[in-house]
Design a protein around this ligand. Structure first.
Ligand code: UD1
Ligand code: MG
Length: 470
């Protein structure tokens, strides 16, 4: 009879060490990228697990990583974690063992999987509560599709017996609906003992962490399973299909969160929210909008279909019509933008600005109530207030080697089809005739033209086609 485990109990508020298993090769992904570096809503899977871990304020977090995953360490160089190398991928039990030398016996150890990114913090807290200082606690779930998961095997009276991996399961065991999420918590001393007893006697010849359940029960440690309310949170990501499913779940969550904050979504399934997004009241988002935080949308902002905003703030009451792309830009209140406007890094629009179709603005400030309505490029410029820039006007900011600035004073009127060859200044209230190529400063309040005069050739005759030679 194995020795009873009771001697290795710890206080129920013993310090928490978290170990994140992230060394698996991720063969099923068919990718050169380590699996936990695959992007979910634009950020690596592992970043979500690290975020969850941080919220639990552990004494320490360890990440077990694999050979050749140095890039991953570099990516998370600033994360407050210790790294443990698992040189050979001999299974999840073996992976945990690589971090255990650093974990003191009087800690509780919580195991998270780097490929299970959508856990809810509430479920983890509940697990920690039921584990106390003496139990082995695991998070289970009952997803609609159980493919690939370990199954929770229970006895006739419902007592937990062990976890069986799908590949090792009998047909009957495979029909079990309750699956293992991979999340596990136990006193560290006990965990160490069980890990030492693991044997790779299974289809994959691996040291399965899941076998600690049967070992714990044999030593009469209580094993408690907490069933996640929502199976979606335990979703593991092993292949591209599951990655897409996790993305869909993440999308649903973010959409629900925005609606609960009072945002109108024309179709919650056709909105992607990534990173931090803050909103005012009565914001409306039409279909196929992508918000890549940090994004702030003030009161009554309306975003039309197919707009992409990354690192942007939009002032109250502003409307973006369909198909605008905004990256690293600030938009004031009461503006009308688009359709088909592109705001590139360091575009700053004051209140009441109108930008229309096929207008591109980069590294420029546009003052209050100014309008650039059609087919223009504004780059490295400072435009005052109430300026009107006619259709097809270009700030020629690049001479092939350097970028130069264009300044346009308040109240100026730039006719259509002008080339403003920087460095150049247009004074307040100046008017520039259509089709001008402005190469020197244009004075305030005056009309400046820079184009050849129109001539008509009276005697000119249009050539006619000669008849072919016989
Ligand atoms: C594992 C569980 C299964 C559970 C499922 C939940 C085991 C044996 N099985 O299966 O019961 O239902 O997760 O998603 O634990 N890893 C290493 N080193 C290794 C092997 C794996 O670090 O040698 C890491 C992987 O990077 C991954 C995690 O451990 O983050 C899980 O490994 P994976 O191979 O995905 O196990 P599953 O087959 O999903
Ligand atoms: Mg997995």
């Amino acid at each position: 009879m194995p020795r009873k485990d009771s001697s290795e109990r710890v206080p129920k508020d013993a310090p928490l060490s978290i170990v994140i298993l992230a060394a698996g090769r991720g063969t099923r992904m068919q990718s050169d990228l380590p699996k936990v570096m695959q992007p979910l809503a634009g950020a690596p899977l592992l970043s979500y697990v690290l975020e969850l871990a941080a919220q639990l304020e552990p004494a320490m977090t360890y990440v077990v990583y694999g050979d050749g995953a140095e890039r991953m360490r570099e990516h998370f160089a600033n994360a407050p974690v210790h790294w443990a190398l698992q040189a050979e991928q001999l299974g999840t039990g073996h992976a945990l063992l690589q971090a255990m030398p650093a974990v003191p016996d009087n800690h509780r150890v919580l195991v998270l999987y780097g490929d299970v990114p959508l856990l809810r913090i509430e479920s983890l807290r509940e697990l920690i509560a039921v584990a106390g200082g003496r139990n082995l606690a695991l998070l289970s779930a009952a997803p609609a599709d159980t493919t690939g998961y370990g199954r929770i095997v229970r006895g006739a009276r419902g007592a937990l017996l062990r976890i069986v991996e799908e590949r090792d399961a009998t047909a009957r065991e495979r029909s079990i609906r309750e699956v293992n999420s991979g999340v596990l918590l136990a006193p560290a001393g006990l965990m160490r003992k069980w890990l030492g007893q693991l044997r790779p006697r299974n289809a994959q010849r691996e040291y399965y962490l899941t076998d600690v359940v049967a070992l714990a029960l044999r030593a009469r440690t209580r094993v408690v399973a907490v069933m996640a309310d929502d199976a979606a949170e335990v979703q593991g990501v092993n292949d591209r299909l599951q990655l897409a499913e996790a993305e869909a779940e993440y999308r649903r969550r973010r959409a629900r969160a925005l609606m609960s904050q009072g945002v109108t979504l024309i179709d919650p399934a056709r909105l992607d929210v990534r990173g931090e997004v803050t909103v005012g009241r009565d914001v409306l988002l039409d279909v196929n909008v992508v918000l890549h935080g940090p994004v702030h949308l003030a009161d009554r902002v309306r975003i039309g279909p197919n707009c992409v905003l990354a690192n942007a703030s939009v002032g109250p009451g502003t409307v973006l019509y369909a198909n605008c792309v905004v990256q690293n830009a600030q938009i004031g209140g009461g503006c009308e933008i688009g359709p088909f406007t592109r705001l590139r890094p360091h575009a700053r629009l004051a209140d009441g600005v109108h930008l229309g179709n096929f207008v591109e603005v980069k590294n420029s400030v546009i003052g209050e109530r100014s309008k650039v309505n059609h087919l223009s490029y504004v780059g490295d410029s400072e435009i005052g207030s109430r300026v009107n820039v006619g259709a097809g006007t270009i700030t020629c900011n690049y001479d092939g080697a350097n970028k130069w600035r264009t300044e346009i004073g308040s109240g100026a009127f730039i006719g259509s089809g002008c080339m403003l060859v920087a460095p150049v200044k247009v004074g307040d209230g100046a008017t520039i005739g259509a089709g001008s190529t402005i190469t020197s400063d244009a004075p305030a309040g005056k009309l400046t033209l820079a184009r050849s005069r129109q001539v008509t050739i009276e005697q000119w005759e249009r050539p006619i086609k000669r008849p072919p030679k016989p």
